[in-house]
Design a protein around this ligand. Sequence first.
Ligand SMILES: [Zn+2]
Length: 549
Amino acid sequence: MDCQRSDYLPLTRKEQKTCWFRQRSSCSRRVSGKRFPETLGANMSVSSRELQDRPNEAAISPVFGSQAIQLKFADEVGPRIRARISYAFRVFASIYGYRVVEEGQPLGTGVSLFYGCKPRVFDDGISVFVPARYRPREDDAGERKSARGRYANESIFLFFGTDDSTHSPDWLGEIFEWLSSDHERSIIQRDSIGRIPFSGSIFSAEQISPRKPYAMLVMSWLQNMLQNRGRVESLPRATSPAADSEHFVVSSHDIDFYYTTKLSALARLLKNLAVSITEFRSWSSCGWNARCIFKTLAGKRVGEYLPGLIDESRRYDFRSTVFVVSERKHRRDPEYLPEDLASHLLACESAEFSLGLHGSYKSVIEEQNLLREAVAMQAALGTKPLGTRQHWLRFGDHQQFFEVVESSGFVYDSTLGFAEAAGFRNGACFAFPPYDFRNEKAHEFLEIPLVLMDGNIAASSRATGEKADAIADEILKESRKWGWGGIAADWHNPLEPLQVPEEINQIFWKCVKNQSHNREKWVSASQFMTRCLSRYHNAGLLGGVRLDA
Ligand SMILES: [Zn+2]
């Protein structure tokens, strides 16, 4: 039987003064018991050799001297909660560079966490008690007691509040709730595209900022308990797994429009002209599109930007990931096919870019056909896409989507972000394997959360009145402050203001030009995975993803 805990009680005034947190509100969500059919047949069995073959990896440091860490459970904690807490623990260990020692194995000189309902005091200097406050949403009667407060001068949000006697949160339960997307599983609201809208999210419901990486802050607090025994309030930063940079941004470009014919280019420009007036209210964008119509009539190949991007990537020393649609079955899908762009895409690959699949509009919700689309892309280009991102960020349900991604053999996905708001959808400024609720274990692929996109920065700016570059700055600074990144940024076409006004594209160029000043690298997805994969392996995650396969 799973662990039970007493209900959260409001604190007395005296306790409120001494405790970090105050009860704020309760939130009620309906739990969905919906199950989905098994999807897709044969595993595409993607080899990761392409990762191994990437040049320019000499600067990667080996995993050395990782401190051992172990998680122990009290007897009263049942198997389902053990599986979930163990997953959160392993992601924490990956980000902070610990080597996980399984329960029952000798720990040596490592540190340990003890997860249980009854408070335990350890004076051995190596063990930290974690109060078992997590409760599966499906066991809730619909009531949850969230809390917010401050720790080390940072705003912290907690799904499960704090323990009455130790005043500590269930750090691991909090991490699980954010990373598993459990807080989104009960949302039944969908927008006109079929997505969970930002307005239905935890950020909207609880009025918390999506620009704070809450899961990372809780992780950092836990690290402080291990590192400093919690004697001082501090939030230690997680150090990078690679010697060549302190922070990684996975740069990417979804190809939603590319030059194929003069007619399709003109149609796009006319549509843009209307959008720049009605939606963006940008006279610069309006003027650019109007001028471009005349240039296209005179022979300019608008939207043919990849050769120019490759040149600029060498000039400013960044690499990217290009996501390509391989099927056209809906009016919202792009008008090209991979073979139309083959020479440019292969040039990208030669320039150390990654090529990923941009799952078509109907690929997951209606058809669950990412495997077929990946095979079509491979047939057209002769190269296997290792990762994917949904066109329009469109998926209806996390479990269904993740099962399609995993069974299609992808080693990474980069879809988890909101189209309408920039920020950390899972509270994560790091990459993590999503959680598989059907099998109660981690999925075998890495989610590289999409925190910045040209469109969602523009949308956030329009919604809040803040400057777009200030929004991007704030998000990147948060990520740099606490960890080593592993977040994705997506500028559809940073060379031409076809998707967004020019000032939004300039944010991309400012970032790649300032990489060394910010002690960070903008890299392709494959470059990123090569640098970080051993961290996850050392923690017992992503065992099926190997660089030497
Ligand atoms: Zn797209």
